[in-house]
Design a protein around this ligand. Sequence first.
Ligand code: ADP
Ligand code: MG
Length: 700
Amino acid sequence: MDIFNTPIEYLKGVGPQRAEILKKETGVFTYKDLLYYYPFRHIDKTRFYKITEVDANSPYVQILVRLKSFEIIGEKQTKRLVARAVDDTGEIELVWFKGLKWMEKILRVNQLYILFAKPSFFNGKLQMAHPELEVFSKETQEKGNLSLQPVYSSTEKLKQFSLDSKGLQKLVANLLDVVANEIKEVLPDYVLEKYKLISNKEAISNIHFPVSAHLLNRAQATLKFQELFFIQLKLLKIKHLRTQKFKGNIFVNVGEKFNYFYENLLPFELTNAQKKVLKEIRWDSQRGAQMNRLVQGDVGSGKTVVALMSMLLAIDNGFQACLMAPTEILATQHYVSISSMLQDGLVRIALLTGSTKKKDRTRILEDLKNGNLDILVGTHALIEDTVVFKQLGLAVIDEQHRFGVEQRAKLWKKNPIPPHVLVMTATPIPRTLAMSLYGDLDISVINELPVGRKPIKTIHMYEAQRLRMFGFMKQEIAKGRQVYVVYPLIQESAKLDLKNLEDGIETLSREFPLPKYRISIVHGQLKPDEKEFEMQRFVKGETQIMVATTVIEVGVNVPNASVMIIENAERFGLSQLHQLRGRVGRGSEQSFCILMSKEKLSKEGKIRLETMVRTNDGFEISEVDLQLRGPGNIEGTQQSGVLDLKLADLAQDQNILIEARKTVQEIMGNDPELLKPEHMVLRSFFNKPSAAGITLDKIS
Ligand code: ADP
Ligand code: MG
């Protein structure tokens, strides 16, 4: 048996009882699991800082203090344990918001403690929140001879079984005694050399017990590289297998309908970026393998026409096509705009959503099955089993991030030879995220807006400038333009938001009175038909102002609307702000986006608004968003197992990812079956994933 799969209870110092707790609290079941239970930090035990030496800018520091007093104060949510501690230079406040009972039990006044935390300033006082603490004694001093001590995350339960960080450290030490010599290399030698990585064995030993800060760095770099490398290897392997396994429909003809559309109906010249993507799609769809392509393009970059022309390509080759959108509003809008771009009769097109009447639905399904329909536009209603195509050649999915991988896979099954899949997303995501989330797809980017489009001017205004803002609105309305005013919507407090919206509407109605001005009001509390009615009034130009909560984020297209006012802009995330701004700038007029905010902004809020003012480029904005919020919070990444990384961070470690992917691409290019002797180590990763110790099951 593989020693790494040994149940954890057999490790010296564990036993059945602790094994139970370890499994429950940390998910450590085997030797291997513990080996990969990396410390989240190392403490530099080489020195103690003095209280007067540290401030809010200090990193994690170790200080030695005497506890003077502690008490629990506050009610319910604000309940906390506050302690005072001193050294011979000054005083620091310690605070705990969780585990108060436990802390109360273990803290001793006048005891000497070693504290480890990042200091901050709160109410003018130097403070440490939830510091790690350790009773200082001669003994701890002597044990502190390791200059970089690993700190493992523990829980109250674990601590009750003496498995605090120290306890865990002992277990890991015991484990390394047993298995260190068994740790195998996972990367080819030439890769280690090229990137100056250390061996797997050295890396794992040093990530737990670094011999020096330098080796800790190299261990981290090596393990991060491994982590990202194997994700890429898996993704590119999937891609390779898919290309081999699935034959693809071949679209050889660029035929009648495509050409007719291009020559007679297309109302504008395609941008170079659009042409390039169409070329890529044509190439994909001719080579006999299934296409899986992601098209990323900012709002307004013209993805719809690319989708439409790809669908015409399918139709010219005797296939049907479908276009799936995440909401009914969007699906309807696609249906309307595509129908209007196609002259009557060029293709047969229908719309299928959850609210399609039964009679229509029956007819549509019938036509679809008999091949009397060319294009079906709709919501996820499209993937239901009752929807049967005669011969589906291409499936276009708009706004990918709202559809899961399973839904994509369901579409494949709609045809004996799976249809080509074109995924379009209007939320540009950073390149490195795309590589990880969609690493098995080919990626096209439309990084150019149609010519003649004037970049939207974005202005940040404070409450004090509200009257100026109203004046500006009037001026634009007088020119015949329309204006959006958007309020944030926070799920936890729908009531408060409505209040916010209602107050806003009141002010607006006073400022913009009838009959001169008319206002549409749209929010989440409205029934769908009421919402639709209000939207339509704005779309038709019967109202000049549309006041809305973020329900308009996805969906409306009113080229005459040239001003977007975002209230409480500091409460929106960057990608949301960008999406909202994309609602204007759709016509030929100069458009504006005004970000209204309160005076006092958080550091992050400030960066967000400044970024919006500085640039219209969705890719640039997404990079900032990634830096601010980290990969886990970027829209569309939440359910993705790809981001369950132990060490690597897609925001911080972009360079490592790029190199790892490049390396994998080279390997898959020369030796896709991993048959060469130097790739033996990689092959065993697929045969026996445990050898590398990294689980990648979640990626599909
Ligand atoms: P998105 O990429 O956000 O889906 P759309 O496909 O809705 O963008 O296109 C936005 C607007 O730009 C539409 O009104 C469309 O007709 C127009 N458009 C698309 N491509 C071009 C082009 N090459 N030149 C001029 N206008 C274009
Ligand atoms: Mg679109």
